[in-house]
Design a protein around this ligand. Structure first.
Ligand SMILES: Cc1cc2nc3c(=O)[nH]c(=O)nc-3n(C[C@H](O)[C@H](O)[C@H](O)COP(=O)(O)O)c2cc1C
Ligand SMILES: [Mn+2]
Length: 515
């Protein structure tokens, strides 16, 4: 698979693509269709006849766990996590054999670095200056109160003006007119850092290029919360098992994926901002209008017969929930590098991923749970977690009923809660002021005397294994099977199938951690 078209063909082969040949309006109608389809676990959508446009629209390419795995070349999220674990395994090379293995891994990684090629299909058609007209693209107005039309799946390429390092982030872009858009990078994100660095260096402008419609591994990489020093295109190369090919832009000094369906080249004037939003956002609320930088398009290049790729966000679960679950699985092994006591992590989609984190830990010392909370609040985009619930290693954090049972029973609300202040995601609307506010950490682990709990901690109520085995043997003779089936039905109804879910207990820590 080399590009978005190959992915579309793959989806078609797998029966994972619905081709829609009726005229459908990109204003609101596509959202309503995509929303119904994603919430019922349905296929990717290729709209051939957007009303008023001649360019087809692809939506919901990531709308199930199965499709995210196809996109990331993995059989499951767990396999992905294992690949990441292998990549970052820091064994100290003892024997010559170990040293050779470590070298081989470095060599492998070096071969996955993006490379610049001479020509790319993304420049089959080049429009510059006055020829550029963004209003020819079938850009969606997603929700009724949106301020306008938004590019919702753009890969935004910028360079750090000081280090020259590339960043690729996904930041929505409101189309203002034929040649300008908003650039909604939040102040905590890497491109916003490039913007501030360019302001400090008094550059006048910051160049940017935007790719739309690429190999889905690249699209995922643009959403991944990587540290600024790691190139998203290297992660994409690692995921797809092949280096990403980039071509030089025509009007700015940046490189973009050779196979992109569309590329917008341009710059951001460092003095200029414009009111952006409101926009129906992934919190399920409209993000409020605010002033953001303006992107001026100097060239629009595209493939012959291009396909426009987009998504809609809104009340979960939406398509982005499946990208978020992939991130939860991929980044757990990375978090474990500094937090080896972390057993598992669940970010409920209803919390938009950063509003709530459920974590299980192998607890070893008093207030260990608080150490983990503070460490998470100090790590990358986990800093936005408004609520962190910590449970013991044996609790399945993906089973919300079990987590609720432990929290409601284990917590002394005076002793086991910390309330702190810290940075919040820009989209948070609950705090009295933007950007920062209150957060809570809940320690629902068992407490011992060393944590101010002199009383005995009671054991869980569980049946003796030999009795369970005996009843298993008897079970089919008791005439109770039809009853137990309906009981199971009741239990599973609290977890709709469309919720993106890793298999329970899929990520045990090392045996030592579980002791
Ligand atoms: C569909 C979608 C839309 C997004 N829109 C924005 C946005 O408008 N602004 C923003 O700062 N982050 C947005 N994000 C999240 C960023 O892509 C994510 O935080 C990413 O890690 C940013 O890259 P960076 O760490 O290189 O800055 C969006 C993510 C998705 C999946
Ligand atoms: Mn980045």
């Amino acid at each position: 698979m080399k590009d978005l078209r190959d992915f579309i063909s793959l989806l078609r082969e797998r029966g994972q693509l619905a081709v829609i040949d009726l005229p459908v309006d990109p204003v609101l109608e596509m959202t309503e269709i995509a929303d119904r389809v994603v919430k019922s676990g349905g296929p990717a959508l290729l709209f051939l006849r957007p009303k008023g446009y001649s360019i087809p629209v692809l939506m919901n390419q990531f709308g199930t766990q199965e499709r995210v795995c196809l996109a990331l070349r993995a059989s499951s999220y767990e396999e992905l996590a294992r690949r990441i674990e292998k990549l970052i395994a820091f064994e100290t090379p003892g024997t010559t054999w170990d040293k050779l293995k470590a070298l081989a891994r470095l060599k492998e990684l070096a071969a996955l670095q993006p490379r610049v090629v001479k020509r790319g299909a993304c420049q089959e058609v080049v429009l510059s200056g006055e020829e550029v007209d963004l209003e020819r693209l079938p850009v969606l107005q997603c929700w009724p109160l949106d301020a306008g039309r938004y590019l919702t799946l753009p890969l935004v390429f910028t360079r750090d003006p000081v280090t020259g390092r590339r960043n690729v982030g996904m930041y929505r872009m409101q189309v203002f007119d034929k040649r300008t858009t908003g650039m909604h990078w939040h102040i905590h994100k890497d491109a916003a850092q490039h913007y501030r660095a360019a302001q400090r260096a008094a550059r006048g402008r910051l160049e940017a290029a935007v790719a739309i419609g690429v190999d889905p591994a690249l699209t995922y990489a643009a959403t991944a919360p990587l540290p600024p020093a790691i190139d998203e295109m290297l992660l994409a190369g690692f995921l797809r098992g092949e280096a990403v090919n980039l071509v030089q832009c025509r009007t700015v000094d940046l490189q973009v994926p050779d196979h992109a369906e569309f590329v917008l080249e341009g710059y951001i004037d460092l003095e200029e901002t414009r009111l952006e939003g409101p926009f129906g956002d992934h919190t399920g609320y409209y993000s409020l209008a605010d002033y953001y930088p303006v992107f001026h398009v100097t060239a629009l290049t595209h493939r012959r017969d291009p396909i426009y790729a987009t998504t809609v966000v809104g009340r979960a679960p939406m398509e982005d929930a499946f990208l978020g679950k992939a991130t939860e699985r991929i980044f757990l092994p990375l978090l474990r590098l500094t937090l080896p006591e972390l057993v598992d992590l669940d970010l409920p989609v209803e919390g938009g991923f950063h509003n709530c984190a459920l974590v299980s830990i192998a607890k070893r010392y008093p207030l260990h749970a608080r150490k983990v909370m503070h460490a998470l609040w100090g790590t990358g985009q986990m800093q936005f977690a408004k609520c962190i619930v910590v449970v013991d290693a044996d609790v399945n954090v993906h089973d919300y009923a079990e987590v609720a049972w432990r929290v409601f029973n284990n917590v002394d609300w005076q002793r086991d809660v910390v309330v702190v202040e810290g940075p919040l995601d820009v989209l948070d609307h609950s705090s009295p002021q933007p950007l920062w506010g209150g957060k809570i950490g809940i320690d629902a682990t068992r407490k011992g005397p060393d944590e101010g709990h002199p009383r005995e901690w009671p054991p869980d109520v569980v049946m003796a294994p030999e009795v369970k085995a005996r009843v298993d043997e008897l079970w089919s003779q008791l005439g109770l099977e039809s009853w137990s089936q309906s009981a199971r039905g009741l239990a599973s109804s609290s977890q709709p199938d469309s919720r993106p879910q890793p298999s329970p207990g899929s990520m045990p820590a090392s045996e030592e951690d579980l002791v």
